[in-house]
Design a protein around this ligand. Structure first.
Ligand code: FCB
Length: 448
């Protein structure tokens, strides 16, 4: 597919906006991550903590109004399980009402809510008894999901049970970078299995309860598509080293959902209650693709050395900027699932807002390429609105259209936000970002 030469229109009724997650923006949450952040020495870049995060919990009305004023028509956010169920079986009515109000405000200002039930974090009491590997985690998640659907099920159409199950399993249980900071292949497989069962039980609960409340729930996971490509295509060892991580990370969960079974290598193909029919659409998070080379020194990683494609420009997270990968991802997922696709995250870490305008334009053009080639793409939710807490990176990675003054918490629009607003308002994607926004962009980043 060649580079677009003229501007192009987004499909009718296209959802366009931003995505956030409770722990990264709200502040004041007591969960497994806030406990992790308090460790000494800090496992978080520059010792970042979410004590205040960006204070979205008290500023959500103004924040949502700001997104609507910027012509966005959809918004993805997550409900914090630890707030709703601070101790096992004890539910906090005020916390539920808060999220009820978030949904109401979204509707009032014209933002279609896309609601995530679990975005990486867990209540501490659940983490302490095994977290996503605990045998009763699926039942507990279903109970919490049903309660959420009971309160907001009539007003919410788009649901995400679990954000990026594969990322959580790898980061928490293989790489050990996130809580519970384990480095064990066995535990990683158990984490994958636990998340699959949680998704199945949660999807069933949301479908049932929302229907009882007169809602029409569309349920998915937010799947992180990050292809693991061999560094050297002609090298058999690189190809072999890439094949398994690529399958496990990008396909195992989805194919298990589509077949209704816990597929090998995590299961033996046994049926999982609720899994069949648990995807009404597919949430797609896309940032980049990785390249894999065979490394005999890494048996614990199954000999796969993962890197960013050296041939491409990079973001300030070092992730390769690869819009063609988004077109490939959407088409592959469309052919694999035949489900409507909703881009639930896509964005760039960009210290000085030099990359973002071109990134957004190029990635939206990649979306339109996929649409032209037949994929059913319903929307695009950019990661993210406001610079926020980026997990182990703390506040050092800046993904937002607005910067946030960490003293006053004031939000300041970055230049790229004007371009996004124009796209949201007009429904038209330019062929290229205007020069004044890209003056020093991709080439300069690529030269690093
Ligand atoms: C994704 C996460 C999201 C955010 C972006 C940069 O993997 O879902 O919370 O941190 O990466």
């Amino acid at each position: 597919m060649g580079e677009a030469v003229t501007s192009r229109r987004l499909p009718p009724d296209f959802l366009i906006g931003c995505a956030t997650a409770a722990h990264q923006v709200e502040g004041g949450i007591d969960n497994d991550w806030s406990a992790f952040e308090r460790q000494v020495p800090s496992p978080i870049a520059a010792g970042g903590r979410t004590t205040r995060a960006i204070d979205h919990h008290s500023r959500y009305r103004e924040d949502l109004a700001q997104l609507a004023a910027a012509a966005q028509n959809a918004h993805r956010f997550s409900i914090e399980w630890a707030r709703v169920e601070p101790s096992p079986g004890v539910f906090d009515r005020a916390a539920l009402d808060h999220y009820g109000d978030v949904v109401r405000v979204c509707r009032d200002v014209g933002l279609e809510p896309v609601v995530t039930l679990q975005h990486f974090t867990l209540p501490r009491w659940l983490a302490e008894r095994g977290g996503i590997r605990a045998p009763d985690a699926p039942a507990l998640f279903a109970r919490y999901a049903a309660l959420c659907a009971d309160v907001i099920g009539a007003q919410v159409r788009w649901w995400v049970t679990i954000n990026e199950p594969a990322v959580l399993a790898v980061q928490g249980y293989l790489d050990g970078q996130w809580p519970p900071a384990q480095q064990s292949l066995t535990q990683m497989f158990q984490a994958f299995g636990g998340l699959l069962r949680m998704h199945a039980a949660g999807a069933l609960a949301v479908h049932r309860t929302a229907t009882q409340r007169g809602g029409e729930a569309l349920v998915s996971v937010a799947h992180h598509e990050r292809r693991q490509r061999p560094l050297r295509d002609s090298n058999l060892l690189d190809r072999a080293a890439a094949a398994f991580p690529d399958f496990l990370f990008n396909r195992w969960f989805l194919r298990s959902c589509l077949s209704g079974r816990m597929l090998p290598p995590v299961g033996l193909g046994e049926r999982v209650a609720g899994l069949d029919g648990s995807l009404d659409y597919l949430g797609v998070n896309y940032y980049t693709e990785d390249v894999i080379s065979f490394d005999p020194a890494l048996p614990g990683m199954l000999f796969a050395h993962r890197d960013n494609d050296p041939a491409l420009p990079h973001s300030s997270f070092e992730w390769a900027i690869n819009p063609a990968g988004l077109r490939r991802a959407l088409l592959a997922l469309w052919h694999e699932t035949r489900l409507p696709l909703l881009i639930t995250e896509n964005g760039v870490a960009d210290e000085h807002d030099e990359l973002r305008a071109a990134y957004v334009v190029d990635h939206l053009n990649a979306v339109l390429d996929a649409v032209d080639a037949g994929a059913d793409v319903r929307g695009y939710l950019h990661w993210t609105a406001w610079d926020n807490f980026e997990w182990a990176e703390g506040y050092t990675k800046k993904f937002g259209f607005w910067s946030v003054d960490r003293e006053t918490m004031a939000r300041h629009p970055k230049p790229s936000s004007a371009l996004y607003e124009e796209i949201c308002r007009s429904g038209v994607v330019p062929a290229r970002a205007p020069d004044w926004l890209t003056a020093s962009t991709i080439e300069r980043a690529g030269a690093r």
